[in-house]
Design a binder for this molecule. Structure first.
Ligand code: AMP
Ligand code: GLY
Length: 428
């Protein structure tokens, strides 16, 4: 079977790596891909948001299954276009992807269905937003309603900072259209956990729990990023907590979407804050997380293509999804300056010949080939995953490789998965 993966980041490199292992796949393409992906798949120069171009390619190459990595094409309706043309695609429709593309949509759905989340209020104009803020206390959270690549959330420690965020989003339009509506949300104090699930709109199969590291600096300091590293299975996600997330969050959301006539099929990502042992939803994503995917897929025992197909064909109830009893840690290496401005085109040295072998996986995120060099081409440049029996082995493998690779200005966090070590239990 012929498969196309859409996207060009570390998540897509992990998807391509895993899909390439399926004995059922005869030909693998990626659009547009990157310098790492091109070692495993034929990269085609079509951008992830060029829906017409992607559809034409799928038709002409007779692709059997298309797998969407990033959120933008989903929010723009790629799944609707493909389904209309009877092309198999893994990813939710535009209406279902609103769970990610509009925070107001997902907050209203959660309120209607009593899904635990932070209290919040949405605004489209500045005056009422400021008036509401005056009645709140810091810390408080201000979020752009639309897609902002993980950067549209301001956790304000003072009301003044929150006011500034509102002015920036609603008046100065720093987030463009995405910030023309904002959500002001109660600050939740707890520990974050990601639980992603495969769902065909009916059956929900959770993946192993993972933890992302959103802040740029060690010890969770500095601004939010798209994700500086991740590990799985996160010990915080105990069996009891996972059961609670399934019953209180994932199943009700999937049932509500189906009932509303917009069934959600694909990966539903729940970003959670665990407050006093109980889950509260921070956000939903309508796709695989990045960098969570880079630690989750190496632990998946079942053929990923079988899972993706079962979702697309609405028969996930007939499949058992199995996991390896191991641990994985991913350390993201970024360009200097990220998540602010950063240079590109910086040569990367020390990359191993075979980037994805054994228990160390060097995923390319923002890279491109320039003559004989591989150079940086984005904020998040590489994601290095170590896999091991325990978190200590996994971390050691990841960091050993990280230290062999370098480029000018390179930054990474040195404390990825430390929390898992402190908790001490790798498998629950
Ligand atoms: P989001 O994109 O909504 O997941 O927000 C990005 C990050 O901001 C989260 O991963 C949290 O670290 C933080 N955050 C978001 N909402 C809240 C909240 N209500 N309370 C505390 N921190 C939050
Ligand atoms: N790791 C967070 C995200 O994928 O949005």
């Amino acid at each position: 079977m012929k498969v196309l993966v859409i996207g060009n980041g570390g998540r897509e490199h992990a998807l391509v790596w895993k899909i390439a292992q399926s004995p059922r796949v005869t030909k693998l393409y990626c659009a547009p891909g990157n310098a790492g992906i091109e070692q495993l798949a034929t990269c085609v120069a079509i951008q992830a948001d060029d829906i017409a171009g992607l559809k034409a390619f799928v038709v002409s190459e007779k692709i059997d299954l298309t797998v969407v990595g990033p959120e933008a094409p989903l929010a723009a309706g790629i799944a609707d276009e493909f389904r209309k043309a009877k092309l198999k695609i893994f990813g939710p429709t535009r209406a279902a992807a609103q769970l990610e593309s509009s925070k107001t949509f997902s907050k209203e759905l959660m309120a209607r269905h009593h899904i635990p989340t932070a209290l919040s209020q949405s605004f489209t104009s500045l005056e009422p937003a400021l008036a509401y803020l005056d009645r709140q206390r810091a810390p408080i959270v201000v979020k752009a309603d639309g897609l902002a690549q993980g950067k549209g959330v301001i956790v304000a420690t003072t009301l003044e900072q929150a006011r500034q965020a509102l002015v920036d989003m609603l008046e100065k339009k720093t987030f463009g259209q995405s910030g023309s509506r904002v959500v002001i949300e109660e600050f939740l104090d707890g520990e974050e956990l990601t639980i992603m699930a495969f769902t065909d709109g009916n059956t929900v199969v959770p993946m192993l729990p993972a933890q992302d590291h959103k802040r740029v600096g060690d010890g969770d300091t500095g601004p939010n990023t798209g994700g500086m590293g991740a590990y799985a299975p996160a010990p915080l996600g105990s069996p009891a907590l996972r059961a609670a997330v399934l019953e209180q969050v994932l199943r009700p959301v999937v049932a509500a979407m189906s009932k509303a006539g917009s069934p959600f099929a694909g990966v539903l990502y729940a970003g959670l804050m665990i407050v006093k042992g109980k889950p509260r939803v921070l956000e939903f994503n309508a796709r695989f997380g990045d960098p969570e995917t880079e630690v989750i897929l190496p632990l998946l025992k079942t053929d990923l293509v079988d899972v993706l197909e079962a979702v697309v064909e609405h028969r996930l109830d007939q499949l058992t999804v199995e996991w390896h009893n191991r641990s994985a840690v991913c350390v993201v290496m970024t360009s200097g300056g990220y998540p602010g401005v950063y240079p590109t085109g910086v040569p990367i040295v020390g990359l191993p010949e075979k980037v994805l072998s054994g228990d160390v996986l060097v995923y390319h995120a923002g890279t491109k080939r320039q003559g004989r060099d591989v150079v940086t081409a984005g904020g998040r440049v590489l994601g290095i995953t170590g896999v091991g029996e325990h978190f200590t082995d996994a971390m050691q493998r990841a960091y050993e490789m990280v230290r062999m690779i370098s480029f000018e200005g390179c930054h990474y966090r040195s404390d990825i998965a430390q929390r898992a070590l402190r908790t001490g239990i790798a498998h629950t």
